[in-house]
Ligand binder design. Sequence first.
Ligand code: URP
Ligand code: ZN
Ligand code: ZN
Ligand code: ZN
Length: 476
Amino acid sequence: MTILIKGGTVVNATGTVEADVLVDGEQIVAVLAPGSQTLGSIEADEVVDATGKYVIPGGIDAHTHMQLPFGGTQASDTFETGTTAAAWGGTTSIIDFAVQKYGERVEDGLAHWHELADGNCAIDYGFHQIIGGVDDESLKAMEGLIDEGVTSYKLFMAYPGVFYSDDAQILRAMQKAREMGLLTMMHAENGPAIDVLAAQLAESGKTTPYYHGIARAWQMEEEATHRAIMLADVTDAPLYVVHMSAKQAVAQVAWARDNGKNVFGETCPQYLYLSLEKQLGARSDEWGDFEGAKWVCSTPLRSEEEGHLEAMWQGLRTNDLQMVSTDHCPFCMKDQKELGKDDFRAIPNGIGSIEHRVDLLYQGVVDGRISLPRWVELISTTPARMFGLYGKKGVIQPGADADIVVYDPNGHTSIGYGEGKKHHMNMDHSAWEGFEIDGHVDVTISRGTVLVADGEFKGTKGHGQYLKRDLTQYLT
Ligand code: URP
Ligand code: ZN
Ligand code: ZN
Ligand code: ZN
């Protein structure tokens, strides 16, 4: 099966070029100048007209949580529903977090994640490993991760009693990571201190979702980020700080980088567009004050007035932040977020955005905040390089997997769950209701198979293959 994508503008992280892209089987085999003689002689099985459109490498969302058991329930997207929604939104690979809970074997946690994903994904998928209980046994198990194609793992400085690691555990894990070449991903918030603040607020009757954002103060993110950087520095291990939202924490990452440390920062669409004031403040829909639960996630949404949102955009412009992932962790309001109706501490943490990341970041281009190549770098190329997929993924070039999105800059996308615009994520609401977006994912192709075209899903669960990943390309 050959596909010729004709007449479009190919956008890579390195720049743009008018070119036609030829796909043979699962791979891109040629990027051709328009009107070239070779082109005239090609009779492809299928021709996609990309005139006036961008032809970009498929999105890679490097931070998702399908079916995560969390907060007394489980994230509402399965690997099937979540990866199908991803395809609709121009994402062709995810890296999800396999979970090791305290007292469980790492190998068992990883095997369980394979069982959940195998045969159920519409797009390709890889895994990071959550280490929820650092001890002699799990440190030993970390030695086997690279052979499994899992070259990064996550620790939590938050959520005591759930996934939390103390400083001694973090130090020992980072030493092991340094030895093996694993990349340490850190949830950097001072969990024990946050839990005290949260308890004090709840005990004084401040129980609405808004106080989730107050308890998880920016100081708690800055402090933990700094501590993680110092622990990484003393072990000479690279560090990747996940889901950053506080401008002071980004300043810590910037400082570390300016001082030659191998430290990277990730933010998420919610920290670029949504705020403590607007989303968690007083609301008046059917859920009343509880509506803010839709936006309870950690790190929390922060104050726009205090400049946190602007600081995330600035970080993306200056490369103090390198990555934008969704931290896709959806929960329905009904029966899930509702668990915290009387106490924000019981609201399961997480927002669902896997379908919208490519579109939402494109608004940065529309608004003149980032360039077209930087958009592609953020949604695809850097995740590929950071997590050992580049060459196969993250670029339109001969030899790469034919993971391709045809993006229409003159199209329009109405995001939401309400009348006439139901998204494809398994959620009973949208954190993005009412977002009207310039641009539209017209065609999504994964390894030469058309998944989305003509406003229809043509993919199948089980098309997606497990990605055995290489080491990060940002390590020296
Ligand atoms: O609120 C969030 N971020 N939920 C997902 C779990 C995590 O900490 O990434
Ligand atoms: Zn986290
Ligand atoms: Zn997460
Ligand atoms: Zn369109």
